[in-house]
Ligand binder design. Sequence first.
Ligand code: HEM
Length: 214
Amino acid sequence: MTQLQLVERVLKPAVFIIALIPFAYLLWGFFTGGIGANPVNEFIRETGLWGLRLLLLTLCVTPLRRITGWNPIIKFRRMLGLYAFFYSALHLIAYLIFEAELSLVYVIKDAVYRMYITVGWIGLLPLVPLAVTSTDGMLRRLGGKRWQQLHRLVYVAAVASVGHYLLLVKADLRDPLFYLAVFLLLMLLRLPPVARQLSGLRSSESGRAAKGIR
Ligand code: HEM
């Protein structure tokens, strides 16, 4: 089995199933009361957290590829990004149904008066065009360059999602600060000199390995 076949046939289906586990757990907990005394709040919080985690995992793919030199890892990026959208959409749906009780007036007022909700929308809306244009067909139709430019919206989504978390936490800022630190590290690894250094490290290492130097 080639590495690409291993990814397509084994690793991708495995990641697909693993990423569904939080959803299955939350659904089960929501209906059985297994996720605490306030299942609605817990469902909103956990879907938000998983949306953020998956968004940051999506941003890990490119630096990991540079660090490890393992190119097939790129095959996971789309799936992780779509899962980030999936959990964020569940987060929004739960908010719209249980907090806003499907009132458009509530949603608008909330977005205007509560800063963290405004920023939440800025985190969520860019994920929509990213999800819609995630297919190979859309990539072909837009052309690689335009597609890439559009997909830079992922940074807007990530900044706003971390900002949303920072703004909504009132007392203990440790958790949102942890996600902010991860995000900043991922951005640091993308800076052109750092990215060049990482790619350079790989090529000099493989050159040394090819020459039998340890
Ligand atoms: C329309 C957009 C959004 C709305 C209306 C919204 C609304 C909310 C609400 C009402 C809460 C609960 C606050 C509380 O417990 O006091 C929350 C928490 C949270 N949201 Fe959002 N959100 C949005 C977008 C996002 C996005 C895009 C992400 C990340 C991908 C996200 C991540 C989180 C996180 C991490 C929490 C905190 C969880 C915790 O307390 O442990 N949200 N959001």
